[in-house]
Design a protein around this ligand. Structure first.
Ligand code: ZN
Length: 213
């Protein structure tokens, strides 16, 4: 178990992290704009832990690779971007499946897990916490804890439609404003929100068979 003091930290802007050259136990909220190559299932050298290329280590040559899972996500918070590296445990948590299951699933296609992670994370607001270091390639966080701040707008819209007093358009407008604010606070941008909201409304309209007011 982590100590309580380790589980919470102030939100930091990427721009400030860049100026400071990194930070310990920083919390960043932003949008995942890319899941980099090398994410997903990888095989490591049993000797030096380097990731194998074509099942060979550049130091130890042909070896029996040890499977591992990771994510290298590019997180942008509007002030800048950094790479957030998720370890095996966090990646298993995101995928809701084990490393063994990923190995079995990847027999025919090595990229299948990375594709799943990209589908899951790209364009999503996330909160990540960990130590951030800076080098010539930019900022990199080794993530200790992460959560996807996904607002399920389809579900929200459905609930709102069910509860909305159709004669009170001002109530629906108020709800829209509240959800938009929440989304913005979660690290989303207004345009991204509008796109998701429109989709949610369409789904909601399908559900009830009536137009949104
Ligand atoms: Zn090696």
């Amino acid at each position: 178990m982590e100590a309580q003091t380790q589980t919470q930290s102030e939100r930091v802007w990427v721009e400030d992290l860049a100026e400071q050259g990194g930070a310990k136990n920083a919390t960043v909220r932003g949008i995942v704009i890319d899941v980099k190559e090398g994410s997903g299932l990888a095989y490591r050298c049993p000797e030096c832990k380097r990731v194998l290329r074509k099942m060979a280590c550049r130091i130890h040559g042909q070896v029996q690779g040890v499977p591992d899972l990771r994510v290298k996500a590019v997180v942008d918070d509007g002030s800048g971007a950094m790479v957030a590296v998720f370890n095996r445990q966090l990646t298993e948590g995101l995928l809701k499946k084990t490393l063994d299951a990923c190995v079995a699933e990847s027999k025919d296609n090595q990229d299948v897990i990375r594709d799943q992670l990209a589908d899951m994370l790209v364009a999503q607001p996330v909160e990540v916490r960990g130590d951030v270091t800076s080098d010539d390639y930019g900022l990199m966080m080794v993530v200790d804890a992460a959560r996807v701040l996904k607002v399920d707008l389809a579900e929200e819209a459905k609930a709102i439609v069910a509860e909305t007093d159709w004669s009170e358009l001002s109530e629906a407008a108020k709800t829209y404003t509240r959800v938009a604010k929440k989304y913005a606070e979660a690290g989303g941008d207004a345009q991204g929100f509008d796109e998701q909201w429109t989709e949610a409304i369409e789904k909601a309209e399908e559900e009830i068979g009536e137009p949104w007011p």
